[in-house]
Structures are given as C-alpha cells and as structure tokens.
Design a protein around this ligand. Structure first.
Ligand code: GDP
Length: 186
C-alpha cells in the first residue's frame, strides 16, 4: 500500500489500475472493505481530518485498486475542493494504465454540480466510468430500479450502473466481474 499526497509520490505506472471515487459519505470505505475484505485497508469517514492522498493497493500482484480521496465535504472550503480537483486530474492525466473508474453515488441522493464535474473529468479523458448506486438496501427493489434509471439519466456514466449494498452484498459479484474484465483486458 502506498499513499501519495501529490503527483510526485505516485508509483511508477506498471500493473493495470482501477480507481474508486465518490463523494464523502457515499460509502467508499465500506465498499473497499467489502471488496478487499480487510477492514484495516480503508479509512472510514466520521473521524476528523480528511484524507487528501491517493492510496494505491496492490491486489494479488495483478492490479492496483486506487482509492481516490472523497469530495464534497460539507465543511470543505473552496480551496480544498480545488486541491481535490488538481490531485485527481493529475492522477487521470499521468498516463497510467488506468482501465476504468468506479464512481460511487448514494442511491437516495440527487446528483449536484460536483458529481457532474467528476463525470465531465472522466468523459473529457475518455475514461470508462462504472457507476455504483450505494446503500441500495435502504430502498425496496422497485424504488431501487426507479432511482437507478433516474441517476443513469442524470449522470450518463459510460458503463451501466449497479445497485450495491455492503449489507446484503447486492451487486458485489457484478462489480467484481467488471473489475476482472477490465484488469484482464477482456
Ligand atoms: P465514505 O465516506 O465514502 O468512505 O463512506 P463510508 O464507507 O464511511 O460510509 C458512510 C456511511 O454510510 C456509514 O455510516 C456506513 O455505515 C454507511 N453505509 C455504507 N455503505 C452502506 C450500505 O451498503 N448500506 C447501508 N445501509 N449503509 C451503508
């Protein structure tokens, strides 16, 4: 595991990479824990002091899972949001073997300008974006499907969204399959 607070600390490009990004509180730490299965790996929000580093985890010596910092902290000053954009853009622009980005959105939340800006950063660079609608267990199946359609229309990710829950494991296998497909280049 390597934590990079700025571009000069990024590891040299090597293994394929899949990055994970989301608004603060969208459920990124929970999803990383559910995927990688080691509670220590991911930080959880709710403690003071935001993380402004990009964290690279090597998985099975085959690929890197790249944990991008969360955005949209309620109390974040403008300068901090600008710092986030600069760091994340530096990562996207560093000619890395980036096979796709998993973007997390709380299934109950209406996307705002920051969410749209993220999607724009990805589409400007032709980076595949797999949308994950998190905390799906908070809604019944029918409501999940409706929200999934609304979010897809609002955000237009390049890859079909998945309703996901760490509680019920809904969507987990589908997401793992997507990662596998991207890293193996199939
Ligand atoms: P992060 O800020 O994006 O890393 O978000 P966290 O992983 O810390 O999650 C934020 C809050 O949402 C925590 O209270 C989690 O317990 C909760 N949460 C995350 N995923 C789920 C989920 O799938 N279902 C439910 N019900 N709660 C979740």
């Amino acid at each position: 595991m390597l934590s990079a607070p700025n571009e000069s600390a990024f590891p040299a490009p090597g293994l394929p990479e899949v990055a994970i990004v989301g608004r603060s509180n969208a459920g990124k730490s929970s999803l990383l824990n559910a995927l990688v299965g080691r509670r220590k790996l991911a930080r959880t929000s709710g403690r003071p002091g935001r993380t402004r580093a990009i964290v690279f985890f090597e998985v099975e010596e085959r690929f890197l899972l790249v944990d991008l910092p969360g955005y949209g902290y309620a109390t974040a000053p403008k300068a901090e949001q600008a710092g986030w954009s600069k760091l994340v853009a530096a990562y996207f622009d560093s000619r890395r073997p980036l096979r796709g980005v998993i973007a997390l959105f709380d299934i109950r939340r209406t996307p705002d300008d920051l969410d749209q800006a993220l999607l724009q950063m990805l589409s400007d660079r032709s980076i595949a974006c797999k949308a994950i609608w998190t905390k799906a267990d908070k809604l019944k199946r029918r409501a999940q499907d409706l929200r999934s359609q609304e979010l897809s229309r609002a955000l237009a990710p390049t890859e079909a969204g998945i309703s996901f829950s760490v509680k019920t494991r809904q969507g987990r296998d589908e997401l793992l399959d997507w990662i596998e497909t991207r890293v193996s280049g199939r």
